[in-house]
Every structure is written in C-alpha cells, then in structure tokens.
Design a protein around this ligand. Sequence first.
Ligand code: NAP
Length: 290
Amino acid sequence: MRILVTGRNGQVGDALTRSLQGLGDVIALDRSQLDLANPDTLRTAMRELQPAIVINAAAYTAVDAAESDEAMAFRINAQAPRVLAEEAERLGAALIHYSTDYVFDGSKDGAWLEDDATAPLSVYGRSKLAGEQAIAEVGAAHLVLRTSWVYGLHGENFLLTMLKLAETRDELSIVDDQTGAPTWSGTIAQATASIIRDAGEPAQLAALSGIYHVCASGHTSWFGFAQAIFADPSIAKPPRLHPITSAGYPTPARRPKNSVMNTDKFRRSFGDLPAWDHALADCLRLRRTN
Ligand SMILES: NC(=O)c1ccc[n+]([C@@H]2O[C@H](COP(=O)([O-])OP(=O)(O)OC[C@H]3O[C@@H](n4cnc5c(N)ncnc54)[C@H](OP(=O)(O)O)[C@@H]3O)[C@@H](O)[C@H]2O)c1
C-alpha cells in the first residue's frame, strides 16, 4: 500500500517518517518536492504516484504571520487540502489531514467536542477550518485529526524555544491564562500509524470518515508547560518563571483561552493517548539519550 506524506520536514511530517515504517510504501515529500501552493503540482503528483492513503502534514502554521498573509494561508490550508481530497476521491484513496484547536474560540468551560460550534479567532484558525470544510464537501474518505500545542525535538516549537532560552536567561515571563494539551509530534504520528494499522484500506477508512480530536490527555497552561520542561534533570540552571496574562504578551493573532479538546471519539475508535506530562517526559528522555 502506497502512502504519500506531504510536509516531510515539519514536526509531524518528520515523526511520521519513523512511525509509518513497515506500514507500506511510504513516499514523504518536502516543500521543494511537493509545493502545496501549486495545485497543478499536487494534481500531477497524486496522479503519478497513485497513493492509497495521503497524509497531509504540510500546513501554513505561522499563526501570527498569517494575520497579514491571509491569501497564502488559505491557499495552503484550505485550497490545497481541497485539491488533495478531490484527487483522493478520483483515485479511491483516503486522506488523513491535520487541523487545530484554533478552530474554536476558547469560550467553553469544558473540553471541546468534535461537533461543537467552531468560531476561530485568527486568520490561521479560519484557514484551517476552511480546509476541514473543503475536505468534507469533496466527500473522499477522510479523517481530519485536530491536534493542539504541538512540540518535539525537530522544528520550531515551545519546547525548543524554552530549552534555548534556558541557556541565556535567568528569568522568563510565560502566559498562564491559556489552557490546552501540549502534544508531542511523536504522539500524533503514533496515533496516525494506529489508524492505518487498524483500519488499513481506504474502504475501511471511508467508513470512519470525519473529525477526530487527537491530543494528549490532561491539560495545562503555557506557564505549566514551561514549569514541566524546566523540571527536567538535564537542565542545569532553570530560569525563574513568572506567570503573566495574554494581555502581557500581545501577539498579532488572538488565541483561544480554553483549547482543551475531548478525545473520547478517537480513543473509542483507535485506542489510548498518553497524558501530556508523560509524553513530555518520553520526549525529553529521547533528547537525553540522543
Ligand atoms: N504546531 C502546532 O502547534 C499545531 C497545533 C495544532 C495543529 N497543528 C496542525 O498540525 C499539522 C502539522 O503541523 P506541524 O506542527 O508539524 O507544523 P510545522 O512543523 O510548521 O510543519 C509544517 C510543514 O509544512 C510545510 N509547508 C508549508 N508550506 C508549504 C507548501 N507551500 N508546500 C509544501 N509544504 C509546505 C513546511 O515546510 P518547510 O519545512 O519548508 O517550512 C513544514 O515542513 C498542521 O496541519 C498544523 O496546522 C499544529
């Protein structure tokens, strides 16, 4: 079974190259090999490669930059997934696509369910929601996996930023009024692999089509996430942390206050997801041993 992965150099794309081993003939392409900004290239690649499953790990993920780059964000996050879904439909293939907690406005008291009303606060969130809707409209076999607060040992993310800042700073002020589930890229890649292992063929995936929340269990704030990172024994001199509100760290894009997503649907269908702090410990252990 041929599996095409886009965004090979991203956090999730990189983790997928390891987790998908043994599950098929995996072709993972980076931006230089497959540019989502170019629909013709996408159509040609899909028709030439004829994958049974396409995993779209590429996205415009620069949340703040998207505020002043709306056309490109929509091109990559909404138009490209539509083309991938159209081509998947044409081939009888299945599309696995990632979306985000930022489709929600953060106003709910409890954890967000898959069918809760969406109301993104940012261009990025709107572009990702448009991608979800485009895929559903096309009607190909599709699983849209919404995840949150992605980190890992590869790429740009909160964990690596904190580790770098620890080398130069004695004190850090970290936002404490946004709540979510930090999710290791390895967890997302493993969850994706378990979908393919369990459901396998596109026809089976078609029966499972829809949106799934895929993030670590439990929740914390960015401040709590930073505290957990700096509790790692490998950090010689952890900076002193000060909690601040979002107002104290203004950014071009607004973020949801409550990003916590309910993952029961994924667990019922495909199995367990780790607690965020356990996954962080695993990730940091991997960093120490590498
Ligand atoms: N990061 C998060 O906190 C977060 C949270 C919730 C949901 N998600 C979603 O999870 C998925 C994976 O995100 P991630 O964290 O792995 O993102 P990432 O590390 O930023 O990786 C995104 C990848 O997309 C590639 N890309 C961007 N524009 C492209 C284009 N025009 N053509 C081809 N590739 C292009 C980038 O290529 P280059 O390497 O060349 O730049 C990069 O490799 C995305 O759908 C994202 O929206 C992420």
